[in-house]
Ligand binder design. Structure first.
Ligand SMILES: C[S@@+](CC[C@H](N)C(=O)[O-])C[C@H]1O[C@@H](n2cnc3c(N)ncnc32)[C@H](O)[C@@H]1O
Length: 312
């Protein structure tokens, strides 16, 4: 983890109190912490950094999920293809991430991609900003994003059919710099950052996957600058009981709260209609991006992700 994150990190378990973390360094290479521990002196929470990978989600008694859901090798292959399929010269690949990145105006401040998965949006945006951080709950996704960051290449096993797989090598373009980027493990409901520091926030295809989507938007708003900030929220609004109890959905139902369409409700939330956020946003644009996920050689999901681009 890059040392410059130290000044903006706080204990996610102590929110809404913003308690800075004390660091114990064990191994460092220039501005990169390879082994160490971050510790909250208020609650005693420990946040390890192992092999450069920082775990900033709230420590839990339950073991980390392994091998299932977003931690499964299949999900990793799907998302690596979804993010970098164009660089594998796959004619089926989409250009969704460059379309989302094109919606963001260049900024002098830091950018946060919440639910960054394997990092394509962060790579797309890094030459438009001072620094970009991708944060995601999946250790496997963040490990893959960091591998791309540090080694600039990754061998991917793409499922072809049944047990058949095809190995491909992804190589990042020379023009992509990686010195102003970082990926960390963390939770969209309790972001481990001080308030008011990010100049731009992205939440792509995340809202409908969270148990408490409103809490995520409150957190997105908290860490955004009060002025001179941009936000991009994009989602297919595939509300499901698998992800969240119905009363937490921000749309897709007839009963209150948040009856009606997700796009309308989140637009109203950002505009400040419910006064759930610290400061109102102006809606700049709405639209959609076609986004694709690959399961195997003959199976793809085509998803209309509807976006709201806002600023304040
Ligand atoms: C549908 S994927 C979208 C990923 C990426 N934003 C994109 O558009 O390709 C949802 C992502 O949210 C992450 N995620 C799920 N729950 C999360 C949480 N509580 N905090 C942070 N990330 C989470 C998953 O690991 C996954 O990377």
């Amino acid at each position: 983890m890059k040392t410059r994150l130290l000044e903006i990190l706080i204990c996610p378990a102590c929110l809404p109190a913003e308690i800075p973390l004390a660091v114990t360094l064990r191994r460092q290479d220039k501005d990169e912490i390879l082994e160490g521990d971050l510790r909250c002196d208020k609650c005693g929470g420990q946040y390890p950094i192992r092999d450069g990978l920082a775990f900033l989600d709230i420590p839990s008694a339950a073991p980390r999920q392994q091998g299932i859901g977003y931690e499964s090798p299949r999900a990793l292959a799907s998302y690596l293809w979804s993010h970098y399929g164009d660089m594998l010269n796959d004619p089926e690949a989409s250009d969704a991430y460059s379309q989302w990145a094109a919606l963001i105006a260049p900024t002098d401040g830091p950018v946060l991609d919440i639910g960054s998965a394997v990092g394509r949006f962060a790579f797309e945006i890094q030459d438009k900003c001072d620094f970009v951080i991708g944060i995601d709950k999946s250790e496997s996704f963040i490990r893959a994003a960091r591998e791309l960051l540090t080694r600039r290449r990754k061998v991917i096993s793409l499922p072809e059919e049944g047990k058949l797989q095809r190995e491909v090598t992804l190589q990042l373009p020379e023009a992509w710099h990686a010195d102003n980027m970082e990926f960390i493990v963390g939770d969209a409901h309790a972001l481990p950052f001080r308030s008011g520091i990010f100049a731009c926030l992205a939440s792509l295809n995340l809202v409908d996957k969270l148990p408490r989507p409103l809490q995520h938007l409150i957190e997105l708003d908290r860490v955004a600058r009060r002025n001179d900030a941009q936000a991009l929220v994009s989602d297919p609004f595939s509300w499901s009981l698998e992800a969240a109890e119905e009363h937490h959905w921000l749309g897709g139902k007839t009963s209150h709260p948040f009856a009606g369409r997700g796009l309308d409700n989140i637009t109203a939330l950002l505009r400040g209609d419910q006064q759930a956020l610290r400061a109102a946003w102006q809606i700049e644009r709405q639209g959609h991006v076609w986004w694709k996920i690959r399961t195997h050689a003959n199976h793809f999901e085509l998803i209309r992700s509807c976006y709201i681009k806002a600023c304040r």
